[in-house]
Design a protein around this ligand. Sequence first.
Ligand code: NAD
Ligand code: MG
Length: 389
Amino acid sequence: MRTVAVLGATGSIGGQALEVAEAHRDRLRVTALSAGSRLDALEALVRRVAPEWTALERADDADAARRRLEDAARAAGVRQPRVLVGVGAGARLAAESGADIVVNGIVGAVGLEASLATLARGARLALANKESLVVGGPLVRAALARGGSLVPVDSEHSAAWLCLGGRPAAEVARLTLTASGGALRDHPDWRRATRDEVLAHPVWAMGQRITVDSALLFNKGLELIEARWLFDLDWPRLEAVVHREARVHAIAAFTDGTLIAQAARADMRLPIQLALSWPEHWPGLTPALDPRDLAGLSFEPIPAGRHPAFDLALAAGRAGGTAPCALNAADEVAVAAFLDGRATLGEVPQTIARVMDAHRPEPIESLAQLRAVDAWAREAARAAVARRA
Ligand code: NAD
Ligand code: MG
């Protein structure tokens, strides 16, 4: 029996992780749940899952929230519920709950601390929170060198993980990640796309931020940075292609000329399950594709100049150091402004560009340094949004 903590349990990844755990009750037991601010939703999950540990990051009334979550756990049969409320509660739950595997389904750079806390106690990190690697890649690698393990949940990285099969980077000639192209792939004027158009992703149902990032192909830029740290590959060996059918998720080319591709239905429950079952493959909730489903697939280059947010992400990835931290923070603010109706979609890359023009990247030294860069970039992005509004 493996015990599992699900961080970001009220979100898209978190909900699907719970579904996978419920389908494998004989091997997985969810012992801890965390969420950002949705107390009602978390309370309902506590009743359903009966975890020993619960964490809520933000509450209007912390004492009242704690009481409600404790009552829900007791009602579900937990004798000694442990409830953490307040900033950093998710990372504390990752550190203290003792779960064998921590699924990090938190959205945003705020998820980095929980990733580091998981690795610091030698547990397995099932990582959906790509921002952990985008923002703090060197810190995550350093933590991994000391202990713990990481299995990626992001679908392209889960696919690449299988393709690469743990072989050293020296044997890899190229890693290709695929992109479906997002909601605006056929839009005549993406800069003026509406919120509803942007949130209607053709392939994946995901949280709002990643769906907006996918429409801009910014998400694919983040994913290349994620792959750079996850697989220790340098930039010339990393690329992304548009693959509208979204059946092949990654392709690894080895130096001897071997090409290994992974193909599966677009269903996040598969990579989530693999991160929980690894190194085993368990019967899943996702039927395999038929090889005939692979007929007529298309792979195209990402059109140059059409996706400024993708270009900005690549430039930040190549610059390295604190650049991806500033990039990500600027995007979080700009995407929130777009979702709130305070900015057009076209203004998202413009805001990021403003922040990146003003940022002087430094080598990454510490979490405290990253927090400071993150705060600076958020403030700079807010000012850029406000100036335009
Ligand atoms: P989501 O918005 O659906 O859920 C985010 C979760 O994070 C929620 O439970 C929320 O309560 C929690 N959260 C928000 N702010 C928090 C904070 N300050 N502290 C603690 N928890 C907080 O997002 P999602 O789509 O599930 O994405 C989660 C992560 O997984 C992101 O990094 C995303 O890029 C990555 N990812 C998602 C998918 C997908 O299919 N949804 C696929 C690949 C990667
Ligand atoms: Mg992905």
